[in-house]
Design a protein around this ligand. Structure first.
Ligand code: FE
Length: 173
């Protein structure tokens, strides 16, 4: 290969590489704009805030989408002792089973374990120190927090969950 041909070849090659990099950067920007989570995680159920707002009750929106907390002892499921399944109020993913619900006295529905594959563990610093935040792994909705003061004879965990983040489906006898 002559020197001239080598230069032409290099120029064409570099142009192709530049186009390739441009395409890659466009794809990654697009992926970024579709994310709906502070870590850039994409959820299976993704909706606009307007859609969530129109589908959820005011309290459920406040809890699930704004990581709010309902006042203690005000949630309709706090004292629920019926057998059944607790699903996400946002996307209906099964999150908790009634057999793992217990009375913690905290004022919020409490479970010593959840349905792990549908839960996401995060950390929040909302009140100045790190707390283990629980979220729905399918839609990213905030559920509550996990503490280590649960029943010692089982898991030792307390999943402290807002009623408004859940829908209860009773078992059919
Ligand atoms: Fe969900």
């Amino acid at each position: 290969m002559t020197k001239k041909r080598f230069i032409i070849f290099t120029k064409i090659y570099m142009k192709k590489i530049r186009i390739l990099f441009l395409l890659i950067s466009l794809v990654s920007c697009n992926a970024k704009s579709q994310s709906n989570n502070k870590h850039g995680k994409e959820y299976i159920v993704a909706k606009s805030e307007n859609e969530w707002r129109s589908e959820l009750s005011k309290m459920s929106y406040y809890v699930l989408r704004e990581a709010g907390t309902e006042r203690a002892f005000t949630g309709v499921l706090n004292y629920n002792k019926n057998e059944g399944l607790y699903v996400c109020a946002g996307c209906k993913a099964p999150l908790y089973e009634s057999k793992y619900k217990y009375e913690s006295g905290s004022g919020w529905p409490s479970f010593d374990r959840g349905i792990e594959e549908n839960l996401e563990y995060d950390v929040d610093y909302k009140i100045g120190y790190p707390r283990s935040e629980l979220k729905c792994n399918k839609c990213g909705g905030h559920l509550g927090h996990m503490f280590n003061d649960g029943p010692k004879n089982t898991t030792g965990q307390r999943h402290c969950i807002n009623s408004a983040a859940l829908i209860f489906i009773p078992s059919i006898e």
